[in-house]
Design a binder for this molecule. Structure first.
Ligand SMILES: *[C@@H]1O[C@H](CO)[C@@H](O)[C@H](O)[C@H]1NC(C)=O
Ligand SMILES: *[C@@H]1O[C@H](CO)[C@@H](O)[C@H](O)[C@H]1NC(C)=O
Ligand SMILES: *[C@@H]1O[C@H](CO)[C@@H](O)[C@H](O)[C@H]1NC(C)=O
Ligand SMILES: *[C@@H]1O[C@H](CO)[C@@H](O)[C@H](O)[C@H]1NC(C)=O
Length: 357
């Protein structure tokens, strides 16, 4: 039987419908795939933003968590740590743990330290040490993104949910010390600031040869007057007496392990004294730790004068001063060849003042 023309036409119609459905479906799926790809690349762009949001949220949560708790336990204190990026080895006994209080936006100071005196290739010592930067937070998303990235890259940052504020520096020290107790085996701890130069060979030698058990060493300040105005202003409610107990300048001082352990039970984040170095002096006084002045802590070295026995020199904000002190130390340590011109220079800055001093 001859099939009618309609039969073929119907067949063609069916085939074209199938084709149309197929093509439409393909276009639809391709469209979906393109959308997926778009979403993926957008997600990449958004990762950084989300990281900041997560950080913000985490910090908000941990702030909320503490409301209503009145026990100031060590574990609670550790909740203030938003990011602990520190690469540590828990089977190592570190001769010195160096905790540097650093303002979150001072990335360039931290990089100067990492490249100069923080780089172990520049020193002879074989003692183990660890440099950790303790930073706080600010109300700025970019700062938070940047510090999270820096922490991930450098693995030497403790990022706290403590606001960056001159009067909250004590909190950084307290949290840093408690973190140290729970994370690091160390003979001594050096608390310092990010505007310093440190001679690690001299520090390691000092700690290695130290025999004082409850040690607290640095530039000792004896019975300083309590200031009632200016930056260091303190009210009578905060301290009624007119003098402070002895303490060491906060730019850099050393506590032995046993001193850190003795001080920690006294710490209470709700009862801080806002000048951090004075605070440590008061705590030492309460637990019966003697403050000892030690050589090598040059806390007012504004003209950046080199001395062979430097352990800590302050201030050393610009990388040039830092580099000058490092080069001079390296020449003395025979890590660099002699250099008559450099060796005849005593100070990096304000040469006149230096000569007159
Ligand atoms: C060291 O760290 C590892 C991994 O985090 C852990 O399993 C181990 O118990 C730690 N050892 C000590 C002595 O704390
Ligand atoms: C430390 O110094 C060595 C040798 O000069 C160098 O190769 C290395 O890149 C330095 N590290 C940093 C973090 O600057
Ligand atoms: C400070 O001490 C004086 C004398 O002992 C006392 O009269 C005064 O009430 C005290 N002030 C405060 C704020 O504690
Ligand atoms: C630090 O001191 C504590 C308490 O005195 C002690 O238990 C601990 O073993 C000490 N750690 C080191 C590394 O000396």
């Amino acid at each position: 039987m001859k099939k009618s023309i309609y039969f073929y036409l119907r067949g063609a119609k069916i085939i074209s419908i199938v084709l149309i459905v197929f093509v439409t479906a393909s276009i639809f799926f391709i469209f979906i795939e393109i959308q997926k790809l778009k979403i993926k690349s957008e997600a990449h762009l958004k990762i950084n933003r989300n990281l900041a949001l997560v950080t913000t949220v985490t910090s908000l949560i941990s702030t909320v968590n503490k409301i209503g708790k009145d026990k100031s336990e060590e574990k609670d204190t550790l909740l203030h740590i938003i990011i602990d990026s520190v690469e540590k080895d828990n089977s190592t006994l570190y001769t010195t743990l160096i905790l540097i209080s650093s303002f979150v936006n001072h990335k360039s100071r931290r990089n100067t330290i990492r490249k100069s005196w923080g780089n172990s290739s520049n020193w002879n010592t074989e003692e183990k040490y660890l440099i950790v930067f303790v930073v706080g937070r600010v109300m700025n998303t970019n700062s938070m993104i940047e510090i999270a990235e820096e922490a991930k890259l450098q693995k030497d940052i403790l990022y706290l949910d403590v606001f960056e504020d001159f009067y909250l520096l004590t909190k950084k020290v307290i949290i840093g010390l408690i973190w140290a107790k729970h994370n690091i085996n160390f003979k001594a701890l050096l608390k310092g600031d990010d505007d310093t130069f440190m001679n690690l060979d001299n520090i390691m030698k000092f700690v290695k040869h130290n025999e004082v058990t409850d040690g607290y060493f640095g530039n000792k300040i004896d019975r300083a007057y309590v200031k009632r105005s200016g930056r260091y202003q303190v009210t009578k409610d905060e301290r009624n007496e007119s003098n402070y107990n002895p303490y060491c300048s906060g730019g850099g001082f050393i506590l032995t392990n046993s001193s850190v352990y003795k001080m920690i039970p006294i710490f209470d984040l709700k009862k801080i004294f806002r000048i951090d170095d004075v605070f440590i002096g008061e705590v030492a006084y309460k637990v019966g730790i003697k403050v000892r002045g030690a050589k090598g802590f040059y806390m007012y070295n504004s003209w950046c004068e080199y001395k062979k026995d430097i352990m800590v020199s302050h201030p050393s904000i610009d990388s040039e001063c830092n580099s000058f002190l490092l080069k001079r130390s390296m020449i003395d340590n025979k890590k660099l060849p002699r250099n008559i011109e450099l060796e005849s220079t005593r100070c990096y800055k304000n040469i006149k003042e230096c000569i007159n001093s």
